[in-house]
Design a protein around this ligand. Sequence first.
Ligand code: SF4
Length: 353
Amino acid sequence: MTTLTKTEDAPAPTGPEGFLSVRDLKVRFSTEDGIVKAVDGLSFDVERGRTLGIVGESGSGKSVTNLTVLGLHSPRTTTIEGEILLDGKELVTATERELERLRGNKMAMIFQDPLTALSPYYTVGRQLSEPYMKHRGASKKEAKDRAIQMLEKVGIPQPKVRFDDYPHQFSGGMRQRAMIAMALMCDPELLIADEPTTALDVTVQAQILDLLKDLQQEFGSAIVFITHDLGVISSMADDLLVMYAGRAVERGSVKEVLRSPKHPYTWGLLSSMPRLDGDINQALDPIPGSPPSLLNPPSGCPFHPRCAFKDQVAGDLCSQERPTLAAGRAAACHLTAEQKQTIFIDKIQPRLR
Ligand code: SF4
Protein backbone atom coordinates (compact mmCIF):
# COMPACT_ATOMS: atom_id res chain seq x y z
CA MET A 1 0.00 0.00 0.00
CA THR A 2 1.17 3.52 -0.67
CA THR A 3 1.72 5.38 2.56
CA LEU A 4 0.63 8.96 2.15
CA THR A 5 2.03 11.01 4.93
CA LYS A 6 2.39 14.71 5.42
CA THR A 7 5.56 15.49 7.30
CA GLU A 8 4.98 17.63 10.34
CA ASP A 9 8.43 19.17 10.38
CA ALA A 10 8.77 20.13 6.70
CA PRO A 11 11.45 22.81 6.27
CA ALA A 12 10.60 26.40 5.57
CA PRO A 13 9.83 27.19 1.93
CA THR A 14 12.93 27.87 -0.15
CA GLY A 15 11.49 30.76 -2.11
CA PRO A 16 8.20 32.34 -3.16
CA GLU A 17 5.57 29.63 -3.48
CA GLY A 18 5.25 28.54 -7.09
CA PHE A 19 2.46 27.23 -9.28
CA LEU A 20 4.07 23.87 -8.53
CA SER A 21 5.46 23.75 -5.04
CA VAL A 22 7.29 20.67 -3.73
CA ARG A 23 8.18 20.58 -0.04
CA ASP A 24 10.44 18.07 1.72
CA LEU A 25 9.46 15.30 -0.69
CA LYS A 26 10.62 11.82 0.24
CA VAL A 27 9.96 8.87 -2.08
CA ARG A 28 10.94 5.38 -0.94
CA PHE A 29 10.60 2.05 -2.75
CA SER A 30 10.34 -1.30 -1.01
CA THR A 31 12.51 -3.86 -2.78
CA GLU A 32 13.64 -7.39 -1.93
CA ASP A 33 17.01 -5.91 -0.96
CA GLY A 34 15.56 -3.20 1.29
CA ILE A 35 14.25 0.36 1.11
CA VAL A 36 15.50 2.53 -1.75
CA LYS A 37 15.56 6.24 -0.83
CA ALA A 38 14.95 7.51 -4.36
CA VAL A 39 14.11 11.09 -3.29
CA ASP A 40 15.24 12.32 0.09
CA GLY A 41 13.90 15.66 1.28
CA LEU A 42 13.51 17.63 -1.95
CA SER A 43 11.96 21.11 -2.11
CA PHE A 44 11.51 23.37 -5.13
CA ASP A 45 9.09 25.78 -6.78
CA VAL A 46 8.16 26.45 -10.38
CA GLU A 47 6.24 29.59 -11.21
CA ARG A 48 3.89 30.09 -14.13
CA GLY A 49 5.71 31.14 -17.27
CA ARG A 50 9.05 29.81 -16.03
CA THR A 51 11.06 26.71 -16.79
CA LEU A 52 12.93 24.80 -14.15
CA GLY A 53 15.72 22.59 -15.47
CA ILE A 54 16.65 19.55 -13.41
CA VAL A 55 20.02 17.92 -14.08
CA GLY A 56 21.86 15.01 -12.52
CA GLU A 57 23.16 11.56 -13.38
CA SER A 58 20.91 8.51 -13.79
CA GLY A 59 19.48 7.50 -10.45
CA SER A 60 19.68 11.02 -8.99
CA GLY A 61 15.91 11.09 -8.47
CA LYS A 62 14.95 13.47 -11.31
CA SER A 63 12.49 11.21 -13.08
CA VAL A 64 11.09 9.67 -9.88
CA THR A 65 10.30 13.16 -8.58
CA ASN A 66 8.31 14.02 -11.65
CA LEU A 67 6.47 10.71 -11.89
CA THR A 68 5.48 11.31 -8.26
CA VAL A 69 4.15 14.78 -9.08
CA LEU A 70 1.91 13.17 -11.72
CA GLY A 71 0.90 10.35 -9.37
CA LEU A 72 2.37 7.72 -11.71
CA HIS A 73 4.30 5.78 -9.06
CA SER A 74 3.46 2.20 -8.16
CA PRO A 75 1.13 2.40 -5.15
CA ARG A 76 2.04 -1.09 -3.94
CA THR A 77 5.72 -0.46 -3.38
CA THR A 78 6.04 3.30 -2.92
CA THR A 79 5.98 5.41 0.22
CA ILE A 80 5.61 9.16 -0.21
CA GLU A 81 6.08 11.86 2.40
CA GLY A 82 6.01 15.62 2.03
CA GLU A 83 3.87 18.03 0.11
CA ILE A 84 3.22 18.62 -3.59
CA LEU A 85 0.99 21.61 -4.31
CA LEU A 86 -0.24 22.33 -7.84
CA ASP A 87 -1.95 25.69 -7.98
CA GLY A 88 -2.70 25.23 -4.28
CA LYS A 89 -4.13 21.70 -4.70
CA GLU A 90 -2.39 19.06 -2.59
CA LEU A 91 -1.42 16.10 -4.78
CA VAL A 92 0.16 13.72 -2.26
CA THR A 93 -3.20 13.10 -0.65
CA ALA A 94 -5.27 13.44 -3.86
CA THR A 95 -7.37 10.47 -4.96
CA GLU A 96 -6.58 8.61 -8.18
CA ARG A 97 -9.76 10.11 -9.69
CA GLU A 98 -8.64 13.65 -8.88
CA LEU A 99 -5.20 12.96 -10.34
CA GLU A 100 -6.75 11.50 -13.49
CA ARG A 101 -8.73 14.71 -13.97
CA LEU A 102 -5.53 16.76 -13.71
CA ARG A 103 -3.31 14.52 -15.86
CA GLY A 104 -3.40 15.34 -19.57
CA ASN A 105 -5.39 18.46 -18.79
CA LYS A 106 -3.83 20.75 -16.17
CA MET A 107 -0.56 18.81 -16.10
CA ALA A 108 1.07 16.61 -18.72
CA MET A 109 4.32 14.77 -19.21
CA ILE A 110 6.50 14.13 -22.21
CA PHE A 111 8.25 10.84 -21.59
CA GLN A 112 11.73 9.89 -22.70
CA ASP A 113 10.47 6.69 -24.30
CA PRO A 114 7.43 7.15 -26.58
CA LEU A 115 6.53 3.47 -26.29
CA THR A 116 5.78 4.11 -22.61
CA ALA A 117 3.10 6.62 -23.48
CA LEU A 118 1.63 5.37 -26.77
CA SER A 119 -0.54 2.26 -26.90
CA PRO A 120 0.22 -0.05 -29.84
CA TYR A 121 -3.49 -0.99 -30.12
CA TYR A 122 -4.95 2.41 -31.05
CA THR A 123 -4.25 4.81 -33.88
CA VAL A 124 -2.14 7.85 -33.08
CA GLY A 125 -5.09 10.08 -33.93
CA ARG A 126 -7.40 8.32 -31.52
CA GLN A 127 -4.83 8.55 -28.72
CA LEU A 128 -4.54 12.29 -29.29
CA SER A 129 -8.26 12.96 -29.70
CA GLU A 130 -9.83 11.00 -26.84
CA PRO A 131 -8.25 12.88 -23.92
CA TYR A 132 -9.21 16.16 -25.64
CA MET A 133 -12.85 15.06 -25.93
CA LYS A 134 -12.82 13.88 -22.32
CA HIS A 135 -11.14 16.89 -20.73
CA ARG A 136 -12.49 19.63 -22.98
CA GLY A 137 -15.90 18.21 -23.84
CA ALA A 138 -14.99 18.59 -27.53
CA SER A 139 -16.81 16.85 -30.38
CA LYS A 140 -15.09 14.12 -32.38
CA LYS A 141 -14.54 16.52 -35.27
CA GLU A 142 -13.14 19.28 -33.05
CA ALA A 143 -10.77 16.78 -31.42
CA LYS A 144 -9.64 15.45 -34.79
CA ASP A 145 -8.98 18.97 -36.13
CA ARG A 146 -7.02 19.81 -33.01
CA ALA A 147 -4.99 16.57 -33.22
CA ILE A 148 -4.11 17.19 -36.88
CA GLN A 149 -3.12 20.75 -36.02
CA MET A 150 -0.83 19.51 -33.19
CA LEU A 151 0.72 16.77 -35.38
CA GLU A 152 1.51 19.44 -37.94
CA LYS A 153 2.97 21.72 -35.26
CA VAL A 154 5.43 19.06 -34.12
CA GLY A 155 6.55 18.41 -37.69
CA ILE A 156 4.69 15.22 -38.68
CA PRO A 157 4.41 15.24 -42.49
CA GLN A 158 0.94 14.67 -44.00
CA PRO A 159 -0.76 14.87 -40.60
CA LYS A 160 -4.25 14.24 -42.04
CA VAL A 161 -3.06 10.89 -43.42
CA ARG A 162 -0.84 9.97 -40.45
CA PHE A 163 -3.75 10.62 -38.06
CA ASP A 164 -5.03 7.11 -38.86
CA ASP A 165 -1.64 5.36 -38.49
CA TYR A 166 -0.74 3.09 -35.58
CA PRO A 167 2.40 3.92 -33.57
CA HIS A 168 4.36 1.08 -35.22
CA GLN A 169 3.85 2.79 -38.58
CA PHE A 170 5.75 5.84 -37.28
CA SER A 171 9.56 6.03 -37.12
CA GLY A 172 11.12 6.43 -33.63
CA GLY A 173 11.52 10.20 -34.12
CA MET A 174 7.94 10.56 -35.32
CA ARG A 175 6.62 8.60 -32.33
CA GLN A 176 8.53 10.99 -30.08
CA ARG A 177 6.94 13.96 -31.83
CA ALA A 178 3.47 12.38 -31.68
CA MET A 179 3.90 11.93 -27.94
CA ILE A 180 4.87 15.59 -27.58
CA ALA A 181 1.74 16.52 -29.56
CA MET A 182 -0.32 14.35 -27.20
CA ALA A 183 1.10 16.12 -24.13
CA LEU A 184 0.34 19.54 -25.63
CA MET A 185 -3.22 18.75 -26.80
CA CYS A 186 -4.92 20.38 -23.81
CA ASP A 187 -2.42 23.25 -23.36
CA PRO A 188 -1.31 22.00 -19.94
CA GLU A 189 -0.51 24.61 -17.31
CA LEU A 190 2.25 22.37 -15.98
CA LEU A 191 4.34 20.45 -18.48
CA ILE A 192 6.95 17.97 -17.32
CA ALA A 193 9.41 17.04 -20.05
CA ASP A 194 11.75 14.13 -19.27
CA GLU A 195 14.62 14.10 -21.80
CA PRO A 196 12.03 14.97 -24.48
CA THR A 197 14.41 15.51 -27.38
CA THR A 198 17.18 12.99 -26.68
CA ALA A 199 16.24 10.68 -29.57
CA LEU A 200 15.71 13.45 -32.11
CA ASP A 201 18.13 14.95 -34.60
CA VAL A 202 19.36 18.47 -33.94
CA THR A 203 16.99 20.20 -36.38
CA VAL A 204 13.86 18.54 -35.00
CA GLN A 205 15.18 19.08 -31.47
CA ALA A 206 15.38 22.82 -32.15
CA GLN A 207 11.81 22.82 -33.56
CA ILE A 208 10.46 21.02 -30.49
CA LEU A 209 12.24 23.32 -28.08
CA ASP A 210 10.82 26.32 -29.97
CA LEU A 211 7.36 24.74 -29.75
CA LEU A 212 7.66 24.37 -25.98
CA LYS A 213 8.78 27.99 -25.68
CA ASP A 214 5.81 29.11 -27.82
CA LEU A 215 3.40 27.14 -25.62
CA GLN A 216 4.86 28.76 -22.57
CA GLN A 217 4.57 32.26 -24.03
CA GLU A 218 1.01 31.69 -25.19
CA PHE A 219 -0.38 30.04 -22.08
CA GLY A 220 2.09 30.98 -19.34
CA SER A 221 2.70 27.29 -18.60
CA ALA A 222 5.17 26.21 -15.95
CA ILE A 223 7.68 23.72 -17.38
CA VAL A 224 9.92 21.24 -15.59
CA PHE A 225 12.62 20.13 -18.01
CA ILE A 226 14.71 17.11 -17.11
CA THR A 227 17.85 16.47 -19.10
CA HIS A 228 21.49 15.51 -18.89
CA ASP A 229 22.24 18.00 -21.68
CA LEU A 230 23.45 21.24 -20.13
CA GLY A 231 23.48 22.87 -23.58
CA VAL A 232 19.72 22.33 -23.94
CA ILE A 233 19.18 23.49 -20.37
CA SER A 234 21.03 26.75 -20.98
CA SER A 235 18.70 27.60 -23.88
CA MET A 236 15.47 26.34 -22.27
CA ALA A 237 15.47 26.92 -18.54
CA ASP A 238 15.21 29.99 -16.34
CA ASP A 239 16.17 28.22 -13.13
CA LEU A 240 18.25 25.14 -12.45
CA LEU A 241 18.23 22.43 -9.82
CA VAL A 242 21.18 20.04 -9.65
CA MET A 243 20.27 16.70 -8.07
CA TYR A 244 22.50 14.04 -6.58
CA ALA A 245 21.45 10.88 -4.72
CA GLY A 246 17.84 11.99 -4.42
CA ARG A 247 18.67 15.44 -3.05
CA ALA A 248 19.04 18.95 -4.46
CA VAL A 249 22.69 19.96 -4.15
CA GLU A 250 22.64 23.28 -6.00
CA ARG A 251 19.97 25.76 -7.02
CA GLY A 252 19.90 29.12 -8.77
CA SER A 253 19.10 30.84 -12.02
CA VAL A 254 20.54 29.02 -15.04
CA LYS A 255 22.97 31.89 -15.65
CA GLU A 256 24.20 31.87 -12.06
CA VAL A 257 24.68 28.12 -11.84
CA LEU A 258 26.32 27.69 -15.26
CA ARG A 259 28.55 30.77 -14.98
CA SER A 260 29.49 30.45 -11.37
CA PRO A 261 28.74 26.93 -10.05
CA LYS A 262 29.34 26.41 -6.35
CA HIS A 263 29.05 22.68 -5.71
CA PRO A 264 31.83 20.16 -6.47
CA TYR A 265 29.29 17.86 -8.17
CA THR A 266 28.18 20.68 -10.52
CA TRP A 267 31.86 21.39 -11.22
CA GLY A 268 32.22 17.72 -12.16
CA LEU A 269 29.18 17.78 -14.47
CA LEU A 270 30.43 20.88 -16.28
CA SER A 271 34.01 19.62 -16.56
CA SER A 272 32.86 16.31 -18.05
CA MET A 273 30.95 18.00 -20.89
CA PRO A 274 32.53 17.97 -24.35
CA ARG A 275 33.11 21.48 -25.73
CA LEU A 276 32.42 22.42 -29.32
CA ASP A 277 35.22 24.99 -29.35
CA GLY A 278 37.67 22.82 -27.39
CA ASP A 279 40.69 20.80 -28.54
CA ILE A 280 39.29 17.56 -30.01
CA ASN A 281 42.32 15.66 -28.70
CA GLN A 282 41.72 16.85 -25.15
CA ALA A 283 40.44 14.00 -22.93
CA LEU A 284 37.15 14.58 -21.09
CA ASP A 285 37.30 14.97 -17.36
CA PRO A 286 34.76 12.50 -15.92
CA ILE A 287 33.63 12.53 -12.29
CA PRO A 288 35.55 9.68 -10.59
CA GLY A 289 33.59 6.76 -9.11
CA SER A 290 29.91 6.07 -9.64
CA PRO A 291 26.65 7.29 -8.11
CA PRO A 292 25.93 5.77 -4.69
CA SER A 293 23.49 2.97 -3.97
CA LEU A 294 20.27 4.50 -2.70
CA LEU A 295 19.64 1.36 -0.66
CA ASN A 296 22.41 2.44 1.62
CA PRO A 297 23.45 6.01 0.79
CA PRO A 298 26.72 7.38 2.20
CA SER A 299 26.59 9.17 5.54
CA GLY A 300 27.05 12.95 5.68
CA CYS A 301 27.38 14.53 2.25
CA PRO A 302 26.31 11.84 -0.27
CA PHE A 303 28.96 13.10 -2.72
CA HIS A 304 31.87 12.69 -0.28
CA PRO A 305 33.18 9.33 -1.62
CA ARG A 306 33.71 10.99 -5.03
CA CYS A 307 34.61 14.54 -3.96
CA ALA A 308 38.14 15.80 -4.68
CA PHE A 309 37.72 18.73 -2.29
CA LYS A 310 36.53 17.10 0.94
CA ASP A 311 40.04 17.37 2.43
CA GLN A 312 39.65 21.14 2.43
CA VAL A 313 36.84 20.85 4.98
CA ALA A 314 37.99 20.60 8.60
CA GLY A 315 37.68 17.26 10.42
CA ASP A 316 35.39 14.53 9.10
CA LEU A 317 32.48 16.90 8.58
CA CYS A 318 31.90 15.78 4.97
CA SER A 319 31.43 12.13 5.92
CA GLN A 320 29.50 12.86 9.09
CA GLU A 321 27.19 15.82 8.63
CA ARG A 322 24.69 16.26 5.83
CA PRO A 323 25.08 19.77 4.37
CA THR A 324 21.80 21.62 3.95
CA LEU A 325 20.62 23.69 1.01
CA ALA A 326 19.84 27.25 2.10
CA ALA A 327 17.09 29.35 0.51
CA GLY A 328 17.57 31.06 -2.86
CA ARG A 329 20.86 30.74 -4.74
CA ALA A 330 22.67 28.04 -2.79
CA ALA A 331 24.81 24.90 -2.78
CA ALA A 332 24.65 22.13 -0.16
CA CYS A 333 28.36 21.91 0.65
CA HIS A 334 30.51 22.43 3.74
CA LEU A 335 33.16 24.42 1.85
CA THR A 336 33.09 28.11 2.82
CA ALA A 337 31.93 30.67 0.27
CA GLU A 338 35.53 31.87 -0.04
CA GLN A 339 36.85 28.33 -0.65
CA LYS A 340 34.23 27.71 -3.33
CA GLN A 341 35.15 30.95 -5.07
CA THR A 342 38.90 30.27 -4.95
CA ILE A 343 38.63 26.64 -6.12
CA PHE A 344 36.30 27.62 -8.94
CA ILE A 345 38.55 30.40 -10.22
CA ASP A 346 41.86 28.51 -9.82
CA LYS A 347 40.93 24.94 -10.70
CA ILE A 348 37.58 24.66 -12.43
CA GLN A 349 37.19 27.72 -14.64
CA PRO A 350 40.42 27.08 -16.62
CA ARG A 351 39.04 23.60 -17.55
CA LEU A 352 35.81 25.12 -18.84
CA ARG A 353 37.48 27.54 -21.25
FE1 SF4 B 1 32.65 17.73 -1.20
FE2 SF4 B 1 32.35 18.00 1.43
FE3 SF4 B 1 31.21 19.73 -0.24
FE4 SF4 B 1 30.29 17.26 -0.05
S1 SF4 B 1 30.26 18.80 1.57
S2 SF4 B 1 30.63 18.40 -1.90
S3 SF4 B 1 32.17 16.12 0.25
S4 SF4 B 1 33.40 19.41 0.05
